[in-house]
Design a protein. Structure first.
Ligand code: ADP
Length: 244
């Protein structure tokens, strides 16, 4: 479903991604871990072209973008539609209810008829356990509930791939579980996902593959049990000792 080849990103002289390769099968979940500043967020943002990579290519399903060539706005827009992102700080519209937040993308951007967008938004909010909170505004919701609205909003775009950027790291510890449960359910249903997180339990329970990044490189990759119990690279061992 996803094929990433030799992805590079520079900010001015700072080279943040130094040639990342990754394949994710349809329905696969890849968890990306690594120290702060290693390029994890930049990597995810490049996949949605929120940042434009300096070189390399990304294929999602049957669409490929090659960043060594000039890209038209149209091809960028078409490529973006294939994935949806869930952010650390939810990024909900504060003046809209939960329902309006989830309807906004389909109704405004995708021009789906309002009644249809509404029906789908209700279904998605029910799916993330918020069927009783449709008309609440973000400030009336807990962080965990806001993030579940964020996930419903991303799903409303009907993406082929979901990208999660540290979706639980802004949450109080007691609210982390409800968000991870929604993500585990999605993984079990066969959604293709790339997740930047330090939640090792999630990685163990839901990921097919764990990728350890440091300094803009993928240092080590493997099945969660292998990476966590038997890492081969010294840098991976050091990192895991710090966070586990
Ligand atoms: P991580 O998610 O692993 O913490 P990031 O991808 O956020 O890492 O950042 C990697 C490096 O890129 C950091 O040195 C950061 O300061 C730098 N960086 C990220 N975004 C920008 C930007 N828009 N402009 C300049 N430097 C950036």
């Amino acid at each position: 479903m996803i094929a990433i080849h030799n992805l590079h990103k520079q900010f001015g002289k700072l080279e943040v991604l130094k040639g990342i390769d990754l394949d994710v099968q349809k329905g696969g979940t890849t968890v990306v871990i690594g120290p702060s500043g290693s390029g994890k967020t930049t990597f995810l943002r490049c996949l949605n072209i929120l940042e434009t990579p300096s070189a390399g290519s990304v294929t999602i399903d049957e669409q490929t973008v090659d960043f060594s060539k000039p890209l038209s706005k149209k091809s960028i827009a078409a490529f973006r539609k294939q994935s949806a992102m869930v952010f650390q700080h939810y990024n909900l519209f504060p003046h809209m209810t939960a329902l309006e937040n989830v309807m906004e993308g389909p109704a405004t951007v995708q021009k789906v008829p309002k009644a249809q967008a509404r029906e789908r938004a209700v279904q998605l909010l029910e799916k993330v356990g918020l069927g009783a909170k449709l008309d609440e505004y973000p400030f009336q919701l807990s962080g965990g509930q806001q993030q579940r609205v964020g996930i419903a909003r991303a799903l409303a775009l009907e993406p082929k791939v979901m990208l999660f950027d540290e979706p639980t790291s802004a949450l109080d510890p007691e609210l982390v579980g409800e968000v991870l449960q929604v993500m585990k359910d999605l993984a079990a249903e066969g959604m293709t996902m790339i997740v930047v997180t330090h939640e090792m339990r999630f990685a163990r329970e839901a990921a097919n593959e764990v990728l350890f990044m440091d300094g803009g490189h993928v240092i080590e990759r493997g099945r969660p049990d292998d990476i966590f119990t038997n890492p081969t690279e010294e840098r991976t061992k050091q990192f895991l000792n710090l966070i586990q």
